[in-house]
Design a protein around this ligand. Structure first.
Ligand code: SER
Length: 320
């Protein structure tokens, strides 16, 4: 398929990752070939200014199927989901949206000859009994959050549907993603984004994760690069289908704060852990991403200090 014959559907297209992924897809394949959707009535100007936006609920099978047929969709990035924190507030809704929503997308994809489907997984797939440092690609998956349970099920479904129907499913276990375009909503790693807003505006931040909570993280440009590179990879090289480990860097809240202080010296942090601490404690501190590096040449560009510098530069302009 050449680039202009691609017709791409993005669900969850105005979420934290969805927004920037959708914009990158427009740039790569042309705005006319990328259909950005989400459940809200209105999208922000950054989305509506450069192309189409449609309200579409992944729970509504017939609406999604009609959308796919009408636009001749042949590739789907399915990002609509409930994250870990929100998922613990309503675990049954989290299962419903993350699993039944994905099943709708998968079934529609198979029945309408969609060629590739990207469904993200997460480090939340891990939980009890893991190796905390450098957790390997093939490791035990015993998540303790409903979000994590849905991510493991999503990974298994992706592989199952590839094996049974030849549906070209692909997915990444994202670490916490840091970005300045759209705020994340309801995740455990959200603190690592909020901290920048508060550091610039109030010079103070109260973290809902305690000192020493080291988690794997990644800057948005690398998240987008990983996603696009995996989708471009030759399918014959892929040994995994819904669950590639990717890593960039890891830090605990105080290490991020120290890095911010190098640029905003008056910044202070204190800690008031909430229910998300238990979720974070069940996740790994660092990830081994050797198969992604070998199978599709994955390599991140940003480290902790280059990410912090870029975030503060960009966000300072945005918050002026
Ligand atoms: N960032 C996500 C969350 O915190 C993890 O995938 O829920």
């Amino acid at each position: 398929m050449n680039n202009t014959s691609k017709k791409i559907l993005v669900t969850g297209g105005i979420g934290q990752i969805g927004t920037e992924l959708a914009l990158a897809l427009r740039k790569k394949y042309g705005a006319d070939n990328v259909f950005i959707t989400d459940i809200r009535d209105e999208a922000p100007a950054i989305i509506t200014d450069g192309g189409s936006y449609d309200k579409l609920n992944v729970m509504n099978y017939s609406d999604v199927e009609e959308f796919v047929k009408k636009r001749g969709i042949n590739e789907i990035y399915h990002l609509a989901a409930i994250l870990s924190g929100k998922g613990e507030e309503n675990p049954f809704l989290c299962w419903d949206i993350n699993i039944n929503g994905s099943m709708n997308i998968f079934k529609i994809a198979i029945e309408n000859k969609v060629q590739k489907v990207f469904v993200p997984s997460s480090m939340a797939a891990w939980g009890l009994g893991i190796q905390k440092e450098d957790v390997p690609q093939e490791s035990i998956l015993r998540p303790t959050s409903m979000y994590g349970v849905t991510k493991v099920a999503g990974e298994r479904l992706s592989e199952y549907l590839f094996l049974k129907y030849g549906l070209d499913t692909r997915g990444i276990r994202y670490p916490g993603i840091i970005s300045c375009e759209t705020l994340p909503g309801g995740g455990t790693t959200d603190y690592a984004v909020e901290i920048f807003y508060e550091a610039i505006q109030k010079k103070q931040y109260t973290s809902f994760l305690k000192e020493g909570t080291k988690l794997p993280m990644m800057y948005m440009p690398d998240c987008i690069k990983a996603t696009l590179d995996l989708m471009d990879a030759d399918v014959d090289r892929l040994k995994f289908h819904g669950d590639y480990n990717v890593a960039a860097f890891s830090f605990a809240p105080e290490e991020l704060a120290d890095e911010i202080k190098k640029i905003i010296p008056e910044f202070t942090i204190d800690y008031k852990p909430d229910f998300r601490q238990a979720i974070a404690d069940s996740w790994p501190a660092s990830i081994d991403d050797t198969p992604a590096r070998n199978d599709w040449d994955w390599k991140p560009e940003y480290n902790l200090s280059t990410m912090v510098k870029d975030m503060i530069e960009k966000l300072s302009v945005k918050l002026k």
